[in-house]
Design a protein around this ligand. Structure first.
Ligand code: NZQ
Ligand code: ZN
Length: 387
């Protein structure tokens, strides 16, 4: 039977062309801290659109530019300082997952007397946060409609995921035209990240979940059909909107309602990898996830087989379960290869020198994986397959 569940996602989503016009009402007369990355929003016109709206709203605006890809604790500290000294009312993230995740951490840090790292490491409970709004410019993480954030502490080389219902964005504006300027490479990372979220949700062990399983399969088939067309035409409204809706849906709890939540072991290994090497999240997943599939199917091929048949259309005629599952894992690898996603750690110049450190970082929190709980040996095996 399905698990009992409560669905409550408070994020108001404004989806589609021109929806930026909703921003002024959301922030009318407020003191706003605008949080963004390395400057893409100044090149593609999004900053200008946002500023027009903020002026219309008669908002008082402060800015925190320079959020890194894999956002760092030091930047969160800078944001918390501004919120406290300027008595900010609302945070507005404009960008991809990094700008949004950094904003979530600032939002809780602004309401806490100690160091925000205590909240991220769960040494202290999160009891409140400043409100957050987002203007999304990159379809990938789902952060625009979820309560999750991932922050890197570069001093200790830790990259930690954390979450709190207090950091669901109050509203998110998703205009597919804002993603037109995302490079081909970054678009591929976004596709891989979104698909990984769906895949990890798929690897659960809850019984009687035909609706959710079918939903995930449909989302994956749609991503597989859309991705090559989008990469042929990066300014196609049609394909950008499809990928944008996929990425938001893939990680806003829709795909885990009623299940045990799925298996996020690959994400844990990837976060460890990018903590040590600062590589792009989607690039790391493209390398690791097919090898995670290969690793788990040896113990239990059942769901990899289901994926192979229902998503990749592989026939099981005359084949053992494990043969079908292996073809499924290979089909995912082949598909991501066809998009030119990275497929070996050596693509990032990573060899086995730091393998024990990556394993240590993977186990920074106990319990890695649920469909298959991984031990150090399993993580080593997945990393070695990925070399
Ligand atoms: O920094 P700027 O100049 O904005 O450029 C960014 C950055 O270089 C660029 N970009 C974004 N929108 C653009 C654009 N370039 C041109 N045109 C646009 N419209 O893209 C680069 C990557 O941006 P980033 O925000 O880092 O990417 P992404 O959205 O993939 O976020 C990655 C971070 O999110 C975490 C990852 O671990 C990583 O730290 N994750 C967050 C999750 C969550 N909160 O739920 C879940 C994910 O699994 C993930 O772990
Ligand atoms: Zn991810």
């Amino acid at each position: 039977m399905m698990n009992i569940f409560t669905q409550h996602n408070p994020t108001k989503l404004y989806f589609g062309r021109g929806q930026i016009s909703q921003l002024s009402t959301e922030v009318a007369h407020k003191k706003v801290l605008l949080v963004y990355g390395g400057g893409s929003i100044k090149q593609n016109g999004v900053y200008e659109d946002v500023m027009k709206e903020l002026t219309k709203a008669e908002a008082t605006v402060f800015e925190l530019p320079g959020v890194e890809q894999n956002p760092r604790l030091t930047t969160v500290h800078r944001g918390v300082e501004i919120c406290k000294s300027e008595e900010i009312d609302i945070l507005l993230a404009v960008g991809g997952g990094s700008a949004i995740d950094c904003t979530k951490a600032i939002a809780v840090g602004a309401k806490y007397d100690g160091d925000v790292w205590d909240l991220i490491t769960r040494k202290a409970p999160i009891t409140s946060a400043l409100p957050i709004g987002t203007v999304l410019t990159l379809a990938a993480t789902g952060s625009e409609m979820n309560p999750i954030s991932v922050i890197s502490n570069w001093d200790t080389k830790d990259k930690l995921g954390w979450g709190s219902p207090h950091v669901f964005p109050q509203f998110s504006i998703l205009d597919p035209t804002y993603t037109y300027s995302v490079s081909r490479k970054q678009t591929v990372y976004g596709i891989v990240d979104s698909m990984s979220h769906a895949l990890e949700s798929y690897f659960h062990r809850t019984r009687n979940t035909p609706m959710i399983d079918g939903f995930i399969e449909s989302l994956l088939r749609t991503a597989i059909r859309t991705a090559p067309k989008l990469l042929e035409d990066l300014t196609s409204y049609e394909h950008r909107e499809t990928m944008m809706y996929i990425s938001t849906t893939a990680f806003n709890e829709t795909l885990s309602n009623g299940t045990d939540g799925g298996d996020w072991g690959s994400h844990r290994i990837e976060h460890a990898l990018s903590a040590v090497y600062d590589i792009p999240h989607g690039g790391g997943l493209a390398i690791l996830f097919p090898n995670w599939l290969e690793h788990v199917l040896e113990d239990d091929p059942s769901r990899v087989k289901m994926l192979a048949m229902n998503v990749f259309g592989i026939s099981d005629k005359g084949k053992s379960d494990i043969e079908v599952a292996k073809e499924g894992a290979k089909a995912l690898r082949t598909f991501w290869d066809s998009l030119d996603a990275p497929n070996r750690l050596s693509d990032y110049g990573i060899d086995d020198k730091d393998i024990e450190l990556i394993i240590d970082k993977t186990f920074i929190k106990p319990g890695v994986g649920l469909y298959k709980e991984l031990d150090r040996e399993s993580v080593r095996d997945i990393l070695i397959r990925s070399m």
